[in-house]
Design a protein around this ligand. Structure first.
Ligand code: FAD
Length: 314
């Protein structure tokens, strides 16, 4: 691969954070190229509808929302390219991002590569995603008002999801392969005191069942190996998220879990000129509107930084 393309600014990722960053950079005449990556439109396109994105009177089709965000950025001159970054070098400026199709250099880079939900990988799970199987209670919990649901997992995220759902669903099962939760004590206490929550210890989901929608899960006892059927209308998988940061290792500071460490309350990373926005950042609230907001913030901070740090021609 020989092509090397230079852009004033580069945005890595085309989810809500990347599209919003591109919109603001383009309007500021910073000529962004957006590398759309392996999932054009980002995580939101994995769900059919969004109900909690502000500005709509009813549910919005996720694909249409992301197409509109992209078109809006393009209308101001942002250039979307179908490439995925496989290597970066942030020790030099212009910064270098090597893609599968070409190499890209830029004076400032905004990383908006997101974090993918981890799934159980059991039969039926993928087919029923969006039809009873979800990885986000804040996003999809409202569809399960008055219904029976379960959360799979045993960490902080699982306990938070179960507590959130307990306020909406008729009954919540927490399915965990051990008999202790790896969560903050206060959250554990709250969960165990909830009258409509039952913890199913030493159990793991081995299959999601249902024709068009989830109807039940098969549970295996991790001690005895016996199986049983648990009728359910919703299953929330809460076993963590994987930040998409492999290509930034050794280049910028990451947390132990691989999220990008950003300057408190801002979007700067450990390398001046490299900014990060959205779910890829540590402590980000994993919601589209938050990602979009931080994409805007990253673009504004990049604009200010470029004003103070113009690249001198060699
Ligand atoms: C099933 C599901 C339902 C959801 N429902 C809702 C909801 O109802 N409401 C809500 O507010 N939020 C919802 N969310 C959460 C929401 O989708 C995320 O918070 C949001 O998409 C995060 O935006 P982002 O731009 O930070 O990252 P993402 O949307 O994850 O986008 C990341 C982008 O980076 C790109 N990328 C990754 N690696 C590379 C690479 N190496 N090079 C170049 N590009 C790369 C990907 O192709 C993608 O375009 C849901 C999430 C899921 C999974």
């Amino acid at each position: 691969m020989s092509r090397e393309l230079h852009h004033k600014t580069l945005v890595l990722g085309s989810g809500p954070a990347g599209c919003t960053a591109a919109l603001y950079l383009a309007r500021a005449q910073l000529f962004p190229a957006v590398l759309a990556g392996p999932l054009p439109g980002g995580q939101l396109v994995l769900t059919p509808e969004v109900e909690n994105y502000p500005g709509a009177s009813g549910p919005i089709a996720s694909m249409a929302l992301m197409d509109t965000m992209r078109a809006q950025a393009e209308s101001f001159g942002a250039q979307f390219l179908p490439d995925t970054i496989v290597r970066t070098d942030f020790t030099r400026r212009p910064f270098l991002c090597v893609g599968e199709e070409a190499s890209y250099t830029a004076e400032a880079v905004i990383i908006a590569t997101g974090a993918s939900a981890r799934w159980l990988g059991v039969p039926g799970e993928e087919r029923l995603r969006g039809c009873g199987v979800s990885a986000c209670a804040t996003c999809d919990g409202a569809f399960f008002r008055g219904k029976t649901v379960a959360v799979a997992g045993g960490g902080n995220a699982a306990v938070d999801e179960a507590l959130f759902l307990s306020r909406l669903a008729a009954h919540v099962y927490l399915i965990h392969k051990r008999d202790t939760l790896r969560a903050e004590a206060i959250q554990k206490e709250r969960l165990l005191a909830c009258p409509n929550v039952t913890c199913l210890w030493h159990k793991r989901v081995t299959m999601c069942q249902g024709d068009k929608r989830l109807e039940a899960v098969t549970l295996e006892d991790t001690q005895t190996g016996t199986s049983e059927l648990l009728p359910l209308e919703g299953l929330f998988v809460a076993i963590g998220r994987t930040p998409e940061t492999e290509v930034f290792q050794q280049q910028i500071l990451l947390t132990e879990k691989g999220s990008i460490v950003i300057t408190s309350g801002q979007t700067g990373t450990s390398v001046p000129g490299i900014f990060a926005a959205g779910d890829v950042c540590a402590h980000a609230h994993k919601q589209a509107v938050v990602a979009a907001g931080s994409g805007c913030q990253a673009a504004l901070e990049a604009e200010q930084w470029l004003g103070r740090n113009p690249l001198r021609e060699a």
